[in-house]
Design a protein around this ligand. Structure first.
Ligand SMILES: [Zn+2]
Ligand SMILES: [Zn+2]
Length: 230
């Protein structure tokens, strides 16, 4: 790609982001405002997508949001075939590691067979927001989704960010099974090109854990909530 072109595109993106944040404008309005003063301005699709993400996050870059994690995974996937190592930051900390204490309200999911802790609720990537072709599905299903908690009503799987224990399984292949790191029970599968959830939405890339293979464990330190839970 031409360096000048991407330079112009980058500065247009920076100015547009500034307008969005300072004037609280939606992306198309901020971009139109910039184009009104600089008609020759241009922005490539990559920047447009980043700014749409920025808008969806309320003009704050929140690295813990599921939108951001999902976007980051998609960027990794674009480079995937040539990728030798996955960037460390795409992996969630293994919930069995002792260096991270449980955040309050963070539910831990365990293997139903051997009880090994597998991932935290903060690693679940919500796939109910619309973007690209899924936006239409989103509109059509939104009223039904509202009825269920967090839109999980029709989903038989959790789609999560990759967790550290998956690392060896993910490298060098486009898809495969996700096995419990302790008892090797099949928990689900992954596919860098995506998987269609039971709710009809495509999730790309997909790290899919079947809900019936894991148990939800609420944090025990929340008074009143541990009662009646395994
Ligand atoms: Zn297990
Ligand atoms: Zn779903």
């Amino acid at each position: 790609m031409n360096h000048n072109y991407s330079g112009v595109s980058r500065s247009a993106a920076v100015v547009t982001a500034y307008l969005m944040k300072s004037l609280q404008l939606a992306f198309p309005d901020a971009y139109a405002k910039l184009q009104a003063t600089k008609p020759d301005v241009s922005m490539n699709e990559g920047f447009v997508n980043q700014l749409k993400l920025y808008e969806a996050m309320g003009c704050n870059v929140d690295a813990t949001s599921s939108l951001y994690k999902h976007y980051r995974l998609q960027k990794v996937m674009e480079k995937y075939p040539e990728l030798q190592n996955l960037p460390r930051e795409v992996f969630a900390v293994d919930p069995t590691s002792t260096c991270q204490t449980s955040l309050s309200g963070d539910v831990i999911y365990r293997c139903r067979k051997c009880r090994r802790a597998l991932f935290r609720s903060s690693s679940i990537l919500n796939h109910t927001y619309g973007s690209g072709p899924t936006a239409f599905t989103h509109k059509r299903l939104s009223s039904e989704v509202m009825l269920g908690a967090e839109g999980t009503v029709k989903c038989t799987s959790y789609f999560i960010e990759p967790v550290r224990w998956m690392e060896s399984a993910l490298l060098g292949v486009l898809d495969g099974q996700l096995l419990c790191p302790k008892c090797s029970w099949k928990l689900g599968s992954f596919n860098w090109y995506g998987v269609q959830c039971s709710c009809a939405r495509w999730v790309t890339p997909a790290f899919q854990i079947h809900k019936n293979r894991v148990d939800e464990i609420l944090p025990v330190h929340i008074p009143g909530l541990q009662k009646g839970k395994m």
